[in-house]
Ligand binder design. Structure first.
Ligand code: ZN
Length: 381
């Protein structure tokens, strides 16, 4: 089972998206119940996955004498006890996960009381076996399938892994990166190894970019190709993207004038900010930026312009330059009061937007081109 994917589904973002779909009347209103379940599961996962002493989500902070964890775990245990799990045929079944959760949470309550007598804080993610799994995944990916190595093979492989490719995890691994880092990069001893590392994908870096492009997918699914009319779901996604890029822009240049122009002063709940509102955590001001009205409108126009030109451009060369030329014509009058940074901001937003959209479009087109049968199922005569 791929735990990483399960954690992505049972997340705050999916809950926010479900809430949005219910609000937009795209799905039935009882979707709210699923959203509530996901939100609770997200909190639960967070409490047993704290990695740092301080974090903007209180559940992800380390467990201390005054932290919320024990309280939450107690609530969760009584909630989990009420679960009734059914098989695909509708029969009530005893699922090991239910007892597993209760056991885990009770253990955490006990162990945290014990450990906090001697220690100031506890990081709960250090209790899981991701570290072990990641180590073995590095060994597995050396030299093909090694499900049953003998002791000599294993010793040889682990030496090789430690020296040449110090705990670089397999791309198809099941669990999250355990956040451990290496003090010395042994890979520099071997050119072939460096090449291998450079070629291997790094999931962690792509993470943020992906979370944005995943959201565009839903926007895309709503638009028939060539049809540039926006609906409320797409508007919400664009508003989220505009906020995301505003945050990125301000992190490189914290100009107050720019901030006034691109970030909304008050967070006004509007037709296009429902998703942002759901996405925002209730109890902490997350890093989420709400775009100013003008910036939102600007991104709507960029999107419109991009979509209407995509079919013309995508088979041609220098597609990026072509888009840049076209998108530069989109009106940026709202920056006229701050002419010093007008061009800089415009170039940043256009270039980020193009990168994201091209990546997303290629991903979608690849999906369409992928044959919808599995080679494994083919029979050879
Ligand atoms: Zn500025």
């Amino acid at each position: 089972m791929n735990v990483k994917l399960a954690a992505q589904v049972l997340s705050h973002s999916v809950a926010a998206a479900l809430n949005l779909y219910v609000a937009a009347q795209r799905i039935e209103s009882n979707g709210i119940d699923t959203a509530r379940f996901l939100k609770k599961m997200d909190t639960l996962f967070d409490t047993v996955n704290s990695r740092t002493l301080k974090h903007q989500k209180k559940e992800l902070c380390a467990v201390t004498q005054n932290s919320c964890h024990v309280e939450i775990w107690k609530d969760m245990i009584s909630w989990i006890k009420t679960w009734s799990i059914r098989s695909s045929k509708g029969k009530t079944i005893v699922a090991p996960c239910k007892n597993g959760w209760i056991l885990t949470l009770n253990a955490f309550i006990g162990i945290s009381q014990d450990l906090l007598m001697k220690n100031k804080f506890i990081l709960t993610n250090r209790f899981n076996q991701d570290v072990l799994e990641n180590t073995f995944s590095s060994i597995r990916r050396r030299g093909g399938l090694r499900d049953n190595p003998d002791t000599y093979e294993f010793r040889h492989t682990i030496h090789k892994v430690i020296i040449a490719n110090f705990l670089k995890q397999s791309v198809g691994k099941n669990c999250q990166d355990d956040g451990a880092y290496t003090l010395i990069d042994f890979s520099t001893f071997n050119k072939r190894e460096i090449f291998e590392i450079l070629n291997s994908e790094d999931c962690a870096e792509e993470c943020v970019q992906d979370s944005v492009s995943e959201n565009v997918i839903s926007c895309e699914e709503e638009c028939v190709q060539g049809d540039v009319d926006l609906n409320s779901v797409s508007e919400n996604v664009i508003s989220y993207i505009a906020g995301y890029f505003a945050k990125k822009y301000l992190s490189s240049d914290a100009c107050i004038e720019c901030q006034k122009l691109i970030v909304g002063e008050d967070k006004v709940l509007d037709n296009h900010t429902v998703f942002l509102d759901f996405k925002e955590y209730d109890d902490c001001k997350s890093g989420l930026k709400w775009p100013a009205k003008d910036l939102f409108q600007y991104f709507v126009n960029l999107h419109k312009c991009f979509m209407s030109n995509f079919n013309l451009f995508y088979e041609k060369e220098c597609i990026r330059k072509k888009f840049e030329a076209v998108l530069l014509k989109v009106n940026v009058d709202f920056y006229d009061s701050h002419i010093t940074h007008k061009e800089k901001a415009q170039v940043f937003f256009i270039s980020s937007f193009i990168s994201m959209m091209i990546k997303h479009k290629v991903k979608m087109m690849n999906k369409e081109l992928k044959p919808n049968f599995s080679y494994k199922k083919m029979k050879y005569f």
